[in-house]
Design a protein. Structure first.
Length: 526
């Protein structure tokens, strides 16, 4: 907070031709409420009104957060139920304000649209640096870790669509906003990421909270996703095994599986050691694979095979997947019979289902009718909660609970595809050699081309197809880059020729020209 003292600058003389007099004004001295190990007093003159307004707004935010963390949380004596609704409401507004200030507001609507499409890439570095220097990150972290300091149960009960601990239910949105605010303060800012990592106990506390649906897992994943040094320093085999055990214990939660995809790459570069560690822990360990990943297979019942409409003419004589194009692509099945956490879950009474039956919920308005035979409006009417005689909600309807669980699993399957793509990124041949034996080319083409699958699932299928079968040896080194595809020579046919020098016959390859890349795209365009 402000010291209330004024520093008068008298040692600086005004330049002869200066048009501004900002430097001879008195400056209000600001001190951080929390002193770090390497902190020192630093006088920073603000040269623009814009920077002064930023500092002023952040200082007003800091005053409230300092009171909330240093005074209010101590006043309630360890019982989070003692927080007043007005305290929670005011703190929620402040956290939203922090999140908004950290984002870079672009000038034009077109740029704003690009910002939304590009995700977490546009942040105001100046505001982020101020948040670090003023120790706003420390104050927000204190709020984000309330479940740990107050020993709250964050278990979510899907049957009642509520948190088990009523005390935590009061502050659940506040905790979630705190983690989101933390993300906006350190994302794409190396100094702030390093600051987070250097703080004593922050990494270990965050990891201890990743199993709870409060945002810690997402924040930790984003912290290491963009910083190679942190990725190598903190992502170890024990951490990978900890996340794996969390999925086994807590169930198939996409936020936990996203961690494995995040650690496979960093700044568009493959982290081969992590790719191979994930391969060993999640795939080669069959016991873990059966509990953590869906098993994807093809239905050998050819009566359910589907032919794709071919819109390219003329059709090449030879191309990958020709047999499936001519005879029909086999139905793709999702098998979850071995997953202990899904022992009570079925789709139409079975432990296996088609990929369309699992994933239609990600685009229910368009796919409900074709995948279930029911109108989406009719399905929605069954979501009404169970009420008592007074009209109070007793619990959610069984159909609503089943729908929400199906949605969670469909999102998990989408992340599983993203994980496979991340494991193969950058031509990681250990992963490519292993996964290509279990994930046929035709299967990926079928998912990419199926109009009965959500677009996000088809997109992920194309990504796996590209990295598993196209951007790999012996194809062009320019695969996946903005360049025209090179032709690939097919050398599977052999013939004998007579050598002119000796008159002997020998076997040589008959180079029949084909383009593997174009053939793959040929199947996808349908």
């Amino acid at each position: 907070m402000s010291s209330g003292q004024i520093l008068h600058v008298t040692s600086i003389t005004k330049p002869k031709y200066a048009s501004s007099t900002w430097f001879v004004k008195s400056l209000d001295m600001q001190f951080s409420p929390i002193k770090g190990d390497n902190d020192a007093f630093l006088l920073m003159p603000f040269q623009t009104d814009h920077m002064i307004n930023k500092m002023s707004n952040l200082m007003s935010i800091k005053r409230f957060l300092s009171w909330f963390t240093d005074t209010r949380l101590k006043q309630i004596g360890g019982d989070i139920a003692g927080l007043r609704p007005s305290d929670i409401s005011r703190c929620t507004q402040v956290l939203k304000q922090i999140t908004a200030m950290m984002k870079l507001h672009l000038a034009s609507k077109e740029e704003e649209g690009n910002k939304e499409s590009s995700g977490d890439s546009h942040f105001d570095v100046v505001s982020q640096n101020y948040a670090r220097e003023l120790k706003l990150m420390d104050l927000v972290f204190t709020i984000a870790t309330i479940p740990s300091s107050f020993k709250l149960d964050t278990t979510y009960d899907s049957k009642f669509s509520a948190f088990t601990d009523k005390r935590y239910a009061k502050v659940a949105d506040l905790i979630s906003l705190s983690w989101r605010a933390m993300e906006t303060m350190f994302l794409n800012n190396t100094r702030n990421e390093d600051y987070f990592a250097r703080k004593d106990g922050w990494i270990t506390t965050t990891i201890s909270l990743v199993s709870d649906p409060i945002g810690a897992a997402v924040a930790f994943g984003k912290l290491i996703d963009n910083n190679a040094d942190l990725l190598k320093r903190y992502v170890t085999r024990p951490i990978i095994r900890e996340f794996k055990s969390l999925i086994k214990a807590k169930g198939l939660q996409s936020r936990l599986l996203s961690f494995f995809a995040a650690i496979c790459t960093c700044k568009d570069k493959a982290i081969v050691s992590n790719q191979e560690a994930v391969l060993c822990e999640l795939w080669l360990d069959e016991a873990s694979r059966d509990q953590v990943l869906f098993k994807v297979t093809e239905n050998n019942d050819l009566s359910k095979a589907a032919k794709l409409e071919i819109k390219i003419s003329p059709v090449p004589d030879e191309f990958l997947g020709k047999e499936s194009v001519m005879n029909g692509f086999k139905e793709i099945l999702i098998d979850f019979s071995k997953i202990d956490r899904l022992s009570d879950f079925t789709v139409e009474g079975k432990k296996t289902c088609s990929v369309e039956q699992l994933c239609w919920v990600l685009e229910p308005e368009d796919l409900c009718k074709v995948c279930t035979g029911k109108e989406w409006m009719d399905v929605q009417t069954s979501f009404s909660p169970i009420l008592d005689s007074q009209g109070n909600v007793l619990r959610m309807s069984d159909s609503n609970i089943a729908y929400n669980q199906l949605w969670d699993l469909a999102k998990y399957f989408k992340i599983q595809l993203e994980l496979f793509a991340a494991m193969c990124y950058g031509r990681s041949y250990a992963s490519i050699a292993t996964l290509s034996k279990a994930i046929p080319y035709d299967m990926l083409v079928k998912m990419a081309a199926s109009k009965n699958l959500p677009k996000v699932v088809r997109e992920s299928s194309v990504k796996v197809l590209h990295r598993l079968y196209l951007d790999r040896y012996p194809h062009s080194p320019h695969c996946g880059r903005p360049s025209l595809p090179d032709l690939v020579w097919k050398t599977s046919e052999l013939r004998r020729i007579e050598l002119a020098t000796t008159g002997e016959k020998t076997l040589i390859c008959d180079p029949t020209l084909s383009s593997l890349i174009n053939n793959a795209l040929f199947c996808l365009r349908s």
